[in-house]
Write a protein that binds this ligand. Structure first.
Ligand code: FES
Length: 157
């Protein structure tokens, strides 16, 4: 894991991007932690693709960045170590397994709770990786664990 904060001015002036590490290092380690304009993110390399999302889990602030990767019906998910929530790498969707109480023997199907974990864009330039934060005006539940309010709670804990 590595941490970096090295701002890169964006082309349109409004997008928040930052250098997060060398591609070869992230491929080798599979993960990198970075701070992008004050936001803690994890960059993940999995099956040839790069993903970025908020570092802490939307459910209760668990260490999502340490989670295993699992295939859930063809969707690549990170599994939070605390309560085993499955979150899609690409969209940050929270998945759940629905059981029909009238037929509990039937194999439970997977459903989506919608986007819960904030994901971010990753792009490469000449072997360097950059993360661009997603639109912060659209609220995601993982935002709380990046907030000053949460930092205050942790300081007082
Ligand atoms: Fe991640 Fe509960 S904190 S599943």
């Amino acid at each position: 894991l590595l941490a970096a904060e090295l701002s890169m001015p964006s082309a349109d002036g409004g997008v928040l991007s930052a250098f997060v590490g060398k591609k070869e290092d992230v491929v080798r380690s599979g993960r990198a932690l970075a701070v992008v304009h004050g936001r803690e993110v994890v960059v993940i390399h999995h099956a040839g693709a790069f993903y970025a999302m908020d570092r802490l889990c939307y459910h209760a602030g668990g260490p999502l960045y340490l989670g295993d990767i699992e295939d859930v019906e063809g969707r690549q998910c990170i599994v939070c170590p605390w309560h085993k929530y499955r979150i899609t790498l690409a969209e940050g969707e929270g998945l759940y397994q629905a059981v029909d109480p009238r037929d509990p023997q039937r194999r439970a199907s997977w459903g989506s709770k919608g986007p819960k974990q904030r994901t971010h864009a990753v792009h490469e330039e000449s072997g360097d990786l950059f993360v661009t934060l997603s639109d912060l005006s659209l609220r995601r539940e993982s935002d709380y664990y990046q907030s000053e309010e949460y930092q205050q709670v942790m300081r007082n804990a």
